[in-house]
Write a protein that binds this ligand. Structure first.
Ligand code: GAL
Length: 340
């Protein structure tokens, strides 16, 4: 189902699309390939929208901080000082987050107008990022597929090809609240270490074991339980805003988020090496969908990704895509309910 979402400030009409199966309904927009709504059943059989968002395209355009629900790229997360060299050439990108480059720059993929194609339970968004856009080299052709499966899951698949070497790291920036207080949700993360950050949230290159720290989510615990711990890493992020190094490789379970209030649980599966856990530490007070009051820590983003600032760390998996190669990645949000 397709309908008008609203006119963007550049005059382009943004559309919203609904895909649906017996259990799930996802509403998406071609503005930034954004996930606007995701309805899932709770333990009582009611339907709940589990992602944050806004009612209008104007609100999405006006928000330059949260990336709520959007596709993020060309390189999600930070690049130190907005500079990198690739094959001996220097590149300068927008510095839009303190001293660093964040989430693709000033006009990142979260603001792209995509071409959409619907097929049964899946929706495809296509767009081209021209050579030089936001300072990145190479023309990048991208496709993001959102698909619902019969096992209560939303699949997001990314595919990109380039005509010149360029870094690529795509994610979706949905913030989840499965019901009640987000900080009371329990979270389990299949990660034994995080990449250590400096005070500007750029990795130092060190990998910090989570054992014995507030970052130990190897057993499920309330997200808020240790968020106030006197740990340097938490102070740098004003809470959790860190890349967890996921165990194993290939498609695997990365995390499980649960709300005891609604009985909704969500498993995250991905083939990405890392996942940024961001507890909306700087969300601020704002009005979301249907007048919902949003504030700091009202939800959690679980952004599957390659490691931040990988271009500057030889020991991190490479984010460089070369002509002839295909960037492919998939993340699945799988829902189930538990008795409350
Ligand atoms: C996260 C990032 C945070 C913050 C957020 C958007 O991915 O790690 O520091 O910038 O996006 O508000």
């Amino acid at each position: 189902m397709k309908k008008e979402f609203g006119r963007r400030s550049d005059g382009v009409m943004a559309y919203q699309y609904t895909i649906q199966n017996e259990s799930l309904t996802a509403v998406l927009s071609d503005h930034g390939a954004t996930l606007l709504k995701l309805f899932v059943p709770d333990a009582a059989g009611n339907v709940a929208d589990v992602v944050l968002g806004y009612d209008s395209v104007e609100q999405y355009e006006a928000d330059r901080d949260t990336y709520v629900g959007a596709l993020v790229g060309r390189v999600a997360n930070r690049i130190a000082k907005g500079r990198f060299s690739l094959d001996g050439k220097e590149y300068a990108l927008a510095v839009n987050n303190g001293p660093n480059h964040l989430h693709g720059g000033v006009e990142g993929f979260d603001r792209k107008v995509c071409r959409a194609a619907v097929s049964n339970d899946a929706l495809f968004f296509y767009f081209v990022s021209p050579d030089g856009e936001e300072g990145y080299p190479g023309t990048l052709r991208c496709c993001v597929q959102y698909r619902l499966d019969e096992d209560n899951a939303l699949h997001i698949r990314y595919r990109a090809e380039t005509d010149a070497p360029t870094p690529v790291n795509l994610t979706n920036h949905s913030y989840f609240n499965l019901g009640g207080e987000a900080m009371a949700h329990t979270l389990q993360i299949f990660a034994d270490a995080i990449t250590e950050n400096d005070e500007t949230s750029i990795p130092t290159g060190a990998m910090l074991p989570v054992a014995g720290t507030a970052f130990d989510f190897t057993e499920a615990k309330a997200i808020g339980r240790d968020i106030g711990a006197q740990e340097q890493q938490l102070k740098f992020g004003n809470g959790y805003d860190h890349n967890f190094i996921l165990r194993g490789e290939g498609m695997r379970e990365a995390a499980v988020l649960r709300s005891a209030e609604s009985g909704i649980a969500m498993a995250v599966e991905t083939d990405c090496p890392g996942m940024q856990v961001y507890t909306a530490n700087f969300f601020g007070d704002r009005e979301g969908k249907g007048g919902a009051p949003y504030s700091n820590r009202c939800a959690v983003a679980l952004e599957t990704q390659s490691f931040p600032d990988a271009l500057h760390h030889e020991n991190f998996p490479s984010v460089v895509l070369r002509p002839g190669e295909v960037y492919e990645s998939e993340t699945v949000y799988r829902f189930f309910t538990e008795d409350v």
